[in-house]
Design a protein around this ligand. Structure first.
Ligand code: BMA
Length: 363
């Protein structure tokens, strides 16, 4: 009898454990990820992490120097969060779609982690059907990569390239480095092959879940998943969650919003509306929220950071915001501060505020 009770107890225990680890719930995650999530919650009480895409690899007037950063050149400190993109890793390339060597990305991720910072990874993979860029939305590509689809086997090789890269992110003593992975972003717009014009919501959800399940099957457990639509077609909760893969697949809910109007009036309204909605959704789903990408191309407004952006984001419990890249290869493709830009002085004011968190604020 005693053995029977013990066996029943053990079976129940392992069944519960098994359940917990088959989902993306925090139970199946590496310890480093659990710590990152806790820290993000803690920091969120002080303010929001300020971030910049590709910050330590190039800027408006330089590329590939070590130890350089446009954000640091302007305010003296590295951003608290840095973004990197894996586009073209799926093709076996040495450099990503913006010419950054993957070995350098790995190095900078390790550097950012060892200085106490946070890392987020996006991915602009090529269209698996047409072989063109991520912006080629033709070919019904999402359906083709799902289980049973004509491109599924090839796509597993692509996912494997991402899995291997994320698995290779380790400290010198072999510990895993946690990252916020944000695949299949801006799906509510129509420009990417995984966007609203190119697949059904059901197919999109399957793609997101398949990606996460695949990572897990390869032992990649150092990821917090971020789901981030853009502001198009997102005027209410139902629209916002149309492509949501489910609470067990997502850790952070974000949104990508850029300023396109000259004065910022439309942007500020849009940002307010979206962050309001996101705050509500975050509470209901018990998730952290963030402004996953933002910026005003070339920042022609010299007080944009303190007069347009800050007054809005200060009102919402976002854990981080990420300014998009200061491209080395496209003159006006810059969204962060840089010494020669007219917004540099204003960015220093933005930096001085107590609630804008840079690397030294989160050590
Ligand atoms: C986009 C643009 C592109 C770039 C891509 C990935 O938003 O900045 O020029 O190639 O991101 O970084």
């Amino acid at each position: 009898m005693k053995y029977l009770i013990l066996t029943a107890f053990a079976m129940t225990f392992f069944a519960i454990q098994g359940c917990a680890t088959t989902k993306n719930g925090i139970f199946g995650k590496d310890k480093s990820v659990q710590k990152l999530e806790k820290n993000l919650m803690k920091w969120q009480k002080k303010g929001y992490l300020v971030g910049h895409q590709d910050d330590p690899v190039y800027g408006t007037t330089w590329k590939w120097d070590y130890g350089k950063s446009d954000v640091k050149s302007v305010c003296g400190e590295y951003p608290a969060i840095m973004g990197f993109d894996l586009g073209m890793i799926e093709l076996g390339a040495d450099k990503n779609l913006d010419g950054v060597p993957f070995s350098r990305i790995r190095e900078e991720i390790i550097n950012q982690y060892s200085r106490g910072g946070v890392i987020t990874i996006s991915w602009h993979p090529h269209n698996p059907v047409t072989g063109k860029s991520a912006w080629d939305n033709s070919g019904n590509a999402v359906k083709a990569v799902l289980y049973g689809g004509a491109q599924h086997s090839k796509f597993e090789i692509w996912l494997n390239a991402v899995a291997q890269f994320i698995n290779s992110l380790r400290t010198a003593d072999g510990r895993k480095i946690p990252v916020i992975f944000r695949p299949w972003h801006e799906m509510s717009g129509s420009w990417f092959w995984w966007g609203s014009k190119s697949c059904t919501a059901d197919n999109y959800i399957s793609l997101y879940q398949m990606t996460s399940d695949y990572m897990k099957s390869r032992g990649v457990n150092n990821i917090l998943y971020c789901f981030s639509p853009n502001s198009e077609n997102n005027d209410n909760e139902e629209h916002f969650l149309k492509y949501y893969p489910g609470d067990e697949y997502v850790d952070i809910i974000g949104v990508d919003i850029y300023q396109f109007d000259k004065t910022g009036e439309t942007y500020a309204k849009n940002l307010n509306d979206e962050l309001n909605l996101l705050t509500k959704i975050g509470k209901e789903h018990n998730k952290l929220i963030c402004l996953a990408e933002t910026g005003f191309r070339n920042t022609p407004d010299s007080t944009w950071f303190t007069k347009i952006l800050k007054p809005v984001i200060d009102k919402y419990p976002i854990s981080y915001m990420l300014l998009w890249r200061n491209a080395w290869d496209q003159p006006e493709e810059n969204f962060g501060p840089a010494p020669e830009k007219s917004c540099a002085k204003d960015f220093r004011e933005f930096y001085k505020a107590d609630n804008t968190l840079f690397i030294n604020d989160i050590k």
